[in-house]
Design a protein around this ligand. Structure first.
Ligand code: KG4
Ligand code: ZN
Length: 329
């Protein structure tokens, strides 16, 4: 059994977690920064980076103390090395390097997307490779065939906004707080999803890519017209996003022989999104799984787990591992 400390700081959540190679989450802590960014309607990179500097060391102390773990008991230190807001990535990666240096333990530089991609295997020991992953978060919207640790085939990505970003922008247009996903989901529950005609960008196109910018513009027009109830706009918007996600994922499923469909990333925390994709998987005779909501949004348990999977595969990184703003899987 190996004990891995994971660190996450690539966006607006500072997080530390201790996870074992046999899938036990020993301790974890997350501090979000929603209130700091709320006045701006989105994440401000410098505010985020400064906040990570302030809270990450305390979170590391907290999880180590809660678990009663001494640094010498760690097997390795895993830290997100990108992609993300570069200031924040540098804070967490350098914290990881400092710990690795002080303890003499190996460093594992984790791709944040790999953290999301492998996260369902932390809570579902039965989930075998390969599986088809829809990763829908604030920064990413991708369809990936997860073939093994370090082996990913990207089938689709977004040509403009990510799905979560679309939720955040639509929420801002409707005067809802950041992050927009949970706020839209709550408002949509009181609205009529058929009330406002909105486009479904790229639905029916021959490649399974995503696009949400046109949908945002249509929401802007609908909201500005004053002709619709905000709850109807929210419900119609959410349904349009779901229709896009389902149509594009259907195409990818038809091109993959993976037996399981997995949905992860912050948008997977949306119940209607999860339900629609579960139905899609059933229609295609595939199994379906989605990590619990706390594991879908950014956290350090998924980084520690990706570190554990990489450690088990014999992968290590040097103290010169770069921090990367862009880092495709
Ligand atoms: O994975 P995540 O925490 O961070 C990134 O790596 O981006 O995802 C955050 C994104 C935000 O855009 C947020 O609005 C969205 O996930 N989100 C949701 C819901 N909860 C979070 N979107 C739709 N419905 C939700 N319930
Ligand atoms: Zn993420």
């Amino acid at each position: 059994m190996t004990l891995i400390l994971g660190l996450e700081s690539s966006c607006d959540d500072s997080a530390a977690a201790l996870v074992t190679s046999d899938r036990r989450i020993i301790a974890q802590a997350v501090i979000g920064q929603n209130s700091a960014h709320q006045p701006y309607g989105g994440v401000v990179p410098e505010i985020a980076a400064r906040a990570h500097v302030e809270v990450l060391p305390g979170l590391i102390e907290q999880v180590m103390a809660e678990a009663g773990v001494r640094p010498a008991q760690l097997g390795a230190v895993a830290a997100t090395a990108g992609p993300g807001l570069i200031g924040g990535v540098m804070v967490g990666l350098l914290a990881g390097k400092g710990l690795a240096l002080a303890t003499g333990k190996p460093l594992i530089a984790v791709n944040h997307l790999e953290g999301h991609a492998l996260s369902p295997r932390l809570t579902d020991p039965e989930l075998a490779f390969p599986y088809l992953l829809l990763l829908a978060s604030g920064g990413h919207c991708q369809l990936l065939e997860v073939r093994g640790v370090g082996h990913y085939r990207r089938l689709a990505t977004t040509i403009d906004d990510a799905a979560g970003e679309a939720f955040d922008k639509a929420a801002k247009l409707l005067g809802l707080p950041y992050p927009g996903g949970p706020a839209i989901e709550a408002l949509a529950a009181q609205g009529d999803a058929a009330a406002v005609p909105l486009p479904r960008p790229l639905v029916g196109s021959g490649e399974p890519h995503f696009s949400f910018a046109g949908l945002k513009s249509a929401v802007q027009r609908a909201a500005a017209s004053g002709a619709h109830e905000p709850a109807d706009v929210a419900a119609s918007f959410q349904q349009a996003v779901i229709d896009c996600l389902v149509d594009r994922t259907r195409l990818a499923l038809e091109r993959s022989n993976a037996r399981t469909l997995v949905v992860a990333g912050g948008v997977a925390a949306n119940t209607s999104v999860g339900d629609a994709l579960r139905r899609l998987a059933q229609q295609h005779g595939r199994a379906f799984t989605s990590p619990p909501a706390w594991l879908c949004t950014d956290n350090a348990a998924m980084i520690a787990w990706a570190g554990a999977e990489r450690f088990a595969a014999g992968l290590r990184d040097g103290l010169d591992a770069p921090a990367r703003a862009r880092w495709p899987l």
